[in-house]
Design a protein around this ligand. Sequence first.
Ligand SMILES: NC(=O)c1ccc[n+]([C@@H]2O[C@H](COP(=O)([O-])OP(=O)(O)OC[C@H]3O[C@@H](n4cnc5c(N)ncnc54)[C@H](OP(=O)(O)O)[C@@H]3O)[C@@H](O)[C@H]2O)c1
Length: 243
Amino acid sequence: MEITGRVALVTGGATRVGRALSLALASAGADVFVHYNSSAGPAEETVAAIQALGRRAADGAANLSDPATTAGLVAAATEALGPVSILVNSASGFPEDTLADVTLDGWRRTLDLTLASPIFTTQAFAAALPEDTDGAVVNITDVKTHTPYRKHFSYVIAKGGIDTFTRAAAVALGPRIRVNAVALGVILPPPGEDDDYVDRLAADLPLGRVGGTDPVAAAVVALVQNDFVTGEIIRIDGGGHLV
Ligand SMILES: NC(=O)c1ccc[n+]([C@@H]2O[C@H](COP(=O)([O-])OP(=O)(O)OC[C@H]3O[C@@H](n4cnc5c(N)ncnc54)[C@H](OP(=O)(O)O)[C@@H]3O)[C@@H](O)[C@H]2O)c1
């Protein structure tokens, strides 16, 4: 897929990893709709940075804790920039819970935001894609679906659902829409943690360092561009899955 002139929707596209993906798609030639929930200021700043690259951009808020908001989000992006043919599902929660203390309400909140909303955003995206247009979806998942965290029980199960969803959607939506994912390892410190926290985690990796957002952005752009890859999940983890 040639990205130039396409419209991309990036959920959670205003901050951190999502912001890097918004800017990378714009650098590759896309016009970008930057979704946000609470980060209105960073969304405006990201829109301005995309426009400075010579691309069109707009932003819009949706609280994806309610998956029913997803159809409106795709409609808002289409109204602002035209038909959306690239979707990046990056918005996510990262709550702390364990099998011992997870509550039914907490479980439902995590599954709604981190699994159901990407599914229903993809459904709305596919329904809105013009018949003569191909599309690409990239989901953002986590390498810890294979070696689970102890303290993020509902999150890691939701992301495991994203892995399966990536494969199921690739089968369901081909040949016109490809669906892939990137599984992240130690990329940025979680909100509230400092560099020392991730430096300690990175010390044990085969590549021995924190990834940062550039390798994530490069993989997402490559997955969007490559027309013969679907249902693939690329680990961006410095080899962390090997140790
Ligand atoms: N950082 C890492 O090292 C790492 C590692 C593994 C996987 N990942 C995955 O990579 C993706 C991005 O990670 P990140 O660290 O940049 O995320 P983050 O800092 O935790 O940010 C979460 C993003 O999700 C959005 N979001 C949160 N609650 C929302 C809600 N109720 N409705 C709509 N949007 C909501 C936020 O939007 P607002 O700011 O506008 O509220 C924000 O853009 C996530 O899918 C994450 O699971 C990251």
